[in-house]
Design a protein around this ligand. Structure first.
Ligand SMILES: [Zn+2]
Length: 310
């Protein structure tokens, strides 16, 4: 009898213990669910504000007001209401900051008196002049100030060259017409940086220049076709070219020192034979940071990359 009594009491103790442990475990599991919901919502909020400031930065430094409205548009598209987020642009017009706040409803934490939790997220995106770029066209553009929309000769025709025998072409990654044409069509597929000294391409290269440029013009399938008044980001009519100085020589001793990068939208390519000329309109342009490196201490030729700084 006594044995049974002891056994029975012990079983009672175990039952209490199990009940208690179960309650604790359920409580912890319930809190884990709430914590999970909070983390998920926070991650969504951060992602939305990151995307919004990066989208807004595309309009910097030229149009701060448009940068803010663009950021608001992207935030809304990612499920963050305009009353939950605010954006501001720095005085130098190169940084856009977004701060979002929303409130999540909790389920199990209500037992402990927590009904809701406020979440906040702050993101910053900054544009900086590009210091290195993969994908330049093989045209060396003279280092000078260009104004928005200015028509610039990217590759000269015969008799108009400032350095006898150099028409503005560059030799990148090897010689030969095929290589040069491919560099026009697709951009040179290795990084070129400020300070690099490039070899110039002697000769007019008329045929491969026209063919390469025609490929880019044909590649614009936007309607209406991209022009200075309206263009789509990433269109092949937009080219990125190095800015810099020629050492005053053509031929095998001709060198071009890169001081920066600029974007142009091709406006015309005319002439055949020795008169082949390519012109483009100077634009301000923001590219994704994975194509480029950037830095604040280089000359600003209107080509920027945007990256998150917070
Ligand atoms: Zn286009």
């Amino acid at each position: 009898m006594q044995w049974r009594k002891i056994f029975s009491e012990e079983r009672g103790n175990v039952t209490v213990l199990v009940a208690f442990a179960t309650a604790v475990l359920i409580g912890m599991a319930a809190l884990a669910v709430d914590v999970g919901i909070m983390f998920y919502n926070k991650a969504c909020l951060v992602k939305a504000v990151d995307a919004a400031v990066l989208a807004g930065a595309q309009e910097l430094p030229l149009s701060p007001a448009q940068a803010v409205s663009q950021a608001e548009y992207y935030a809304t598209r990612n499920g963050v209401g305009s009353n939950e987020v605010s954006f501001s642009v720095s005085c130098d017009k190169k940084t856009i900051t977004g701060t979002a706040q929303n409130t999540v409803e909790l389920f199990f934490a209500r037992v402990f008196g927590f009904n809701t939790q406020d979440l906040t997220a702050t993101s910053k995106a900054r544009v900086s002049p590009v210091t290195s770029y993969t994908g330049i066209v093989p045209f060396g553009i003279e280092d000078q100030n260009y104004s928005l929309g200015q028509i610039v000769t990217l590759k000269q025709g015969s008799c108009s060259e400032s350095i006898s025998g150099w028409f503005g072409a560059l030799r990148l990654g090897g010689n030969g017409a095929d290589n040069y044409r491919s560099n026009i069509k697709y951009g040179y597929q290795a990084p070129i940086a400020v300070g690099d000294v490039l070899q110039v391409e002697p000769g007019n290269m008329s045929g491969p220049t026209s063919q390469g440029i025609a490929h880019r013009i044909d590649g614009c399938n936007h309607s209406p076709g991209c022009s200075i008044s309206s263009y789509k980001e990433g269109c092949p009519r937009i080219v990125i070219a190095p800015i810099g100085y020629n050492n005053g020589r053509s031929g095998a001793n001709g060198r071009f020192t890169v001081t920066g990068f600029a974007a142009f939208i091709i406006t015309e390519y005319t002439g055949s034979g020795n008169n082949n000329t390519v012109r483009g309109a100077f634009i301000r342009y923001v590219i994704p940071s994975n194509d480029a490196e950037d830095g604040l201490d280089v000359e600003d030729f209107g080509l920027y990359s945007a990256r998150l700084t917070q």
